[in-house]
Write a protein that binds this ligand. Structure first.
Ligand SMILES: Nc1ncnc2c1ncn2[C@@H]1O[C@H](COP(=O)(O)O)[C@@H](OP(=O)(O)O)[C@H]1O
Ligand SMILES: CCc1ccc(OS(=O)(=O)O)cc1
Length: 282
């Protein structure tokens, strides 16, 4: 048995009690008491913010953004602790006071919904890169993550977890609202809306988009070098073995996603469903 499981036999009730509601959104315990300070957090024009719903490929995106903005190569990134340089706004460590004092240009991550982010971001005062990931893979990843947590590990079944996902009962609230809200701001001049799947499908275009958005001027050869570096980062990872048994269950639940998102937004629901349909039939 994994150490985390032995130490934390949380019941569903215990799991529930650790979260709290903020303006109708379920947030993890470490956000408690700091949401007002976050709303008033001073933002700088040189900041770059990376915002995602958890398990949307945040770590990969931060590395890609670091490569594009700093011209770093993957070996350099491998040697540094990049998480220390790109803090998560609402996490206990390093905390808001430290993040406020970081030297510019700051790269800051957050999983908070658009409306809870510092209000200066809503005024367009610094750049925000948002990345969405398709829900069928995200929910598997989020489930595995919750099971591995030391202090509040999840002990329910995957099916129950999917139900929580569909009913907006997970930390950081509704995936649907999270994505939808940013989608509505995708044309704001300070917002770049990306999809995780495009990193795998067409990384070169994404690197170009990022370079343009971040104001990094580079010629064709430099762009190719950056793209090559980013390819190495993408290739370095991927837990392709992730819980294959769960995928069929998600297929059933995602019919609800389609209803909630309506016809316009994104292509995730229908993509997800048809992809699973092929798997099921094949
Ligand atoms: N190079 C990379 N580094 C880190 N995570 C990567 C990655 N490429 C893909 N990922 C995926 O990003 C997900 C984690 O997202 P986040 O960084 O937001 O927590 C994981 O999904 P899986 O759990 O489906 O494998 C992980 O495999
Ligand atoms: C348990 C609450 C929690 C903590 C951290 C999260 O983000 S991430 O998966 O580490 O990026 C999400 C939920």
């Amino acid at each position: 048995m994994a150490e985390s499981e032995a130490e934390t036999p949380s019941t569903p009730g215990e799991f529930e009690s650790k979260y709290f509601e903020f303006h109708g959104v379920r947030l993890p315990p470490f956000c408690r008491g700091k949401m007002e300070e976050i709303a008033n957090f001073p933002v700088r024009p040189s900041d770059v913010w990376i915002v995602t719903y958890p398990k949307s490929g945040t770590s990969l995106l931060q590395e890609v953004v670091y490569v594009v903005s700093q011209g770093a190569d993957p070996d350099e990134i491998g040697l540094m602790n990049i998480d220390e340089q790109l803090p998560v706004l609402e996490y206990p460590q390093p905390g808001l006071d430290i993040i406020k004092e970081l030297t510019s240009p700051r790269l800051i991550k957050s999983h908070l919904p658009y409306r809870f982010l510092p209000s200066d971001l809503h005024n367009g005062d610094s750049k925000v890169i948002y990345m969405a990931r398709n829900p069928k893979d995200l929910v598997v990843s989020y489930y595995q993550f919750h099971r591995s947590l030391r202090t509040m590990s999840y002990r329910g079944t995957f099916q129950e977890f999917c139900r929580r996902f569909m009913n907006d009962k997970l930390g950081y609230g509704s995936w649907f609202e999270h994505v939808q809200e940013f989608w509505e701001h995708r044309m704001d001049s300070n917002v770049l809306f990306l999809k995780y799947e495009d990193m795998h499908r067409d990384l070169v275009t994404m690197v170009e988009q990022l370079a343009r958005f971040l104001g990094v001027s580079c010629d064709k050869a430099q762009l190719e070098a950056l793209s090559e570096h980013c390819h190495q980062l993408v290739d370095q990872c991927c837990n392709a073995e992730a819980l294959p048994v769960g995928r069929v269950v998600i297929f059933a639940y995602l019919h609800g996603v389609e209803r909630q998102l309506g016809t316009e937004v994104l292509k995730y629901p229908s993509e997800a469903i048809s992809a699973e349909g092929e798997t099921l039939n094949g």
